[in-house]
Design a protein around this ligand. Structure first.
Ligand SMILES: Nc1nc2c(ncn2[C@@H]2O[C@H](COP(=O)(O)OP(=O)(O)OP(=O)(O)O)[C@@H](O)[C@H]2O)c(=O)[nH]1
Length: 262
């Protein structure tokens, strides 16, 4: 067999360790637990990183993909820690990071007609393993927001737009993505649906008008709900309103470590 040079293994003399090095944006099938159908198969974008001591030139990129391949068909929430452990072992690292972003589909019924359709929510699983395992669940929920100021000032109408509410959290007991989404959706002027018949469209338009929210109201209401949820220990909430009267967005965020505020 031909002996090939291994550049990665060669020494580096700059004395600069690297916090995260690895592969980014690998498209890979995963399995997510589904509250109503047990499991849901989806395709994720995956980032995998480890730390690299100062004396090595490079990490071994191929091993990340080998690990993914070993867990093929079986990449799921309960495999985060074993995968991270394997990354540390195979790459001789002291810390490993696994970021998984995926579309998750939830069946919703339109508010009046009851017409069923699937809504896509972008979710993230972010795990790290140094001395201890750390896991953060993320979900992005689209809603409608209607501006209270515009409603107050205008003789008719009020500007309204789609908003994204992004929540990331650490928790002690399992939380269904479905329950989290339902909780967050209540905090906009109205939820959004993929399928609305005319009776539904009328309902959604009027509901938003009766329920105006600033971007500040949205993050505060989500915060109230997350503070009241006993299983959640830390969270961040962001809201971005893609303003229909501006070319820019309105934005607000709150982060709370409940262990620090109790
Ligand atoms: N470390 C590093 N590798 C890179 C980069 N870009 C591409 N690679 C390639 O990643 C490939 C795989 O590297 P390794 O994992 O070390 O491959 P290998 O030596 O055959 O595998 P092992 O025996 O398991 O170490 C090589 O072809 C590298 O050239 C980079 O920026 N950094």
């Amino acid at each position: 067999m031909i002996r090939m040079p291994d550049m990665q293994k060669s020494p580096d003399t700059r004395k600069i360790p690297i916090n995260k090095v690895g592969v980014k944006d690998i498209s890979y099938p995963i399995v997510v637990m589904d509250k109503n159908r047990k499991f849901q198969q989806t395709v994720a974008r995956i980032n995998m990183y480890v730390d690299l001591p100062h004396h090595f030139k490079g990490t071994h990129m191929s091993r990340f993909v080998e690990i993914l391949n070993a867990y093929r068909e079986d990449i799921a929430l309960d495999k985060m820690e074993p995968i991270l452990q394997k990354m540390k072992e195979k790459l001789g690292a002291s810390s490993a990071h696994l970021e998984i972003e995926f579309p998750y589909f939830i069946e919703k019924c339109a508010p009046v007609s009851g017409a069923r359709s699937l809504m896509e929510y972008t979710c993230t699983f972010s795990g790290s393993l140094g001395q201890e395992f750390d896991f953060v669940l993320g979900v992005q929920v689209p809603v409608t927001s209607l501006c209270p100021c515009s409603k107050e000032l205008s003789r008719y109408g009020a500007h309204n737009q789609r908003s994204h509410i992004t929540v990331r959290l650490r928790y002690t007991d399992f939380i269904w993505i479905e329950d989290l989404v339902a909780m967050i959706e209540e905090c906009g002027s109205s939820p959004v649906w993929s399928l609305l018949k005319r009776v539904d469209e009328q309902y959604v338009t009027e509901r938003a008008y009766e329920n105006p929210k600033f971007v500040e109201d949205i993050v505060r209401e989500v915060t109230q709900k997350l503070l009241a949820h006993d299983a959640i220990t830390w969270f961040s909430v962001e809201a971005e309103n893609f303003e229909s009267i501006h070319k820019h967005s309105a934005y607000a965020s709150i982060e709370r470590d409940k262990k620090m505020t109790d």
